[in-house]
Design a protein. Sequence first.
Lengths: 361, 236
Amino acid sequence: MKASTVKASTVKASTVKPSTTTLKLAGLVVLAAVAVAFPYVYSSPVNTNYGVYALIFVTVASAWNIFSGFSGYISLGQAVFFGTGAYTVGIAARDWHMNGDGIFLLLPLGAVVATAIAVPFGLIALRVRRHTFIVITIAVFFIFQLMAYDFWFTGGTIGLPAPFLPWQAATFNNPFYFMALGTAAVTIALAWLIRRSKFGLQLRAIKDDEDRALGLGVRTMRVKLSAFMLSAFITGFIGGVWFLYITQVLPSSGYDPLFDLTIVLMAFLGGVGTIAGPVIGALLIEPGRLWLTTRSNIGWLANGYVSEILLGALFLLIVLFVPRGIVPTGREWIKKLRSRGRPAISPAGAAEQAAPAGSRR
Amino acid sequence: MSALLRTEGITKSYGGVRALDDCALEVEEGSITGLIGPNGSGKTTLFNVITGYAKADAGAVYLGERKITNASPDKVFNAGIGRTFQLTRIFPALTVLENMLVPSKTGGKHRAMEQLEFVGIAGHHDQLAGTLSYGQRKLLELAYVLVADPAVILLDEPAGGVNPTLVGQIAARITELNRTQRKTFLIVEHNMEFVMGLCARVAVLDAGTVVASGPPDIIRTDPRVLDAYLGVDVDA
C-alpha cells in the first residue's frame, strides 16, 4: 500500500494545548464546588427551590439532548417519561403502602417503567423521520395524558399525593437538591462519554444522513432506540424525584405539554447536540420561569401566562438570532476573535478548497 | 472463476414504469466489471436493489452462495458489499476522520488514517467533511467504504463531475485495490474511456435488462450495444 505523506502543517492544528485542558478541568472543579456550596450559602428554602428545579431541568434537557440532540430526531414527548416516572413512584408507594425514606427506593422503578415504555414508543415513532416523528411524539404524549386522566389507577383529575416525608421544613429541599445535582452530573458525564464514543458518532451520523449510515452497516434502529431508552431512563428517574419533591402529580403537571416545549427551548437556546448547551439553556430559562410564575410581585407579571408568552417570544428570538444556540455561536465568535488578522483556514490545508465552507446537511 | 455477485431475474417497477425487467448480472470474483447503459436504463436501480435500498418485486441476489435478496442495507454491507452513491453522500457535520469511523467495522483510527492516506486526503482529517470539494468527497466516500474491507465494492459514477487528474487518481486506486487485494468491483460510469480502460468485463443494461456482456473491445462493437445507445458513438 502506498502512503502519501501528510503535510505537517495541517496536522499540528489538531493538537490541543495542555493549558486549555487544565483550564477546562479547573473550570469544572470550580463549577462543582459552586454547585455543592450553593444550598449552604443560599440556605433559604426559597433559594434552594430554584436550585432543585434548575437541576431537574438540566437533567431532563441533557437527557433529551442525548437522544434528540445527537440524532436530530426532535421529540416533543419527553414528558411521557417524566410523568411516567412520577406516576410509577406514586402508584407503587400507594399500592405497596410505602412510607418514609424508603420511598426513594422506588426511583429506579420509575426509571425502568419509563424505559419499558420507550421500547414500543420508539419502535413505532422511530420508523418515521423528522417532522412526522415530531407529530407522533406529540400524539403519544397526549395519549399518556389522557390515560392519566381516565385510568382507574391514576387518581384521575386529582392525581396522586406523595407519601409524607417527616423532614424539617428549613432543610427539606437539601436532599432533593443533592439528588438532582447527582443525577444531573451523571447525565452530563454520560452525554460527554457518549459523544466521544462510537455510539455517539453513529447517532450524529444518523443526524447527517441516516440512510447512508445504514448502508455502512450501522444498525440505525438499534442505535436510535438505545439512545431513546437511555433518555427515557434518566427522565423517568428525575420525574420520580420531582414527584417526591412537590409531593403531588396531576395529569396536567406530570404530562405537561409546556414541559416538552420548555425542554426543547432550553436545548435550542444553549445549542442542540453540544454537551454544555442544554445545561446552560436550562440554567438560564428555568430560574426565570420559576420567578415569573411564583415570586414576581410586579402586577401584570404575576399572571401565570406571562411566562408562557415570554417563552414563546424567546423561542422566536432564538430562531431568528442564534438558531444554532449560544454554545456553537459563542465558539465561533471566540475563534473569529483569535484568528483576527490571520486567514481563518491554514492555506496549506486549503489547496483544493472549492466547496463552500460551512455548508451543512 | 466463479461469480461472487449474481442477480437472477430481478424485476422492479415504480408505478407503471418497469425499471428492471428480468435482470441477470454476474460479477466474477476479483474482477472489475463495468455496468453501462443509457440514462434511465436501470443502473442505479439495480445498485439500489443489490444494496437493499430498494426492494425487488421478483428475482434474487446472491453474494457467493448466500442469498441476500431484499436484505436491509446494513445487512448487505455487513455481508461484504460496500457502495458509493452517484450524488456523493458523506456526513458533512462530522470531521473527515469521524466519517471514517462511522462504518460498523473500521479497524480503528490507525486504519482509518491509512485509508485516508491511500486515497490522498489524510491532510484534511480534522476538517469538517462538509468543507471538502466535490472530488475530495468522492475520495472520502470511497475511503470509508474501503475501511470496512468489503469483498465487493459498487461504485456509482466514481468519475462523474470530477476533474481529469482526480479521475486518474481514482482509477489508479481501483486498479491497485483490485491487483493487491483482489477486491471485486462493479462500476456504473458514463465516462467510456474510464470504463473501457479499467474494466475486464462490461455489462450493458438497456430498458432494465442486461442486453450484452463481455470484454470491452467486444462490447464496443456489439450491435445491440450500439442500438441501446441509439446510434451514439460508444468511443465518444
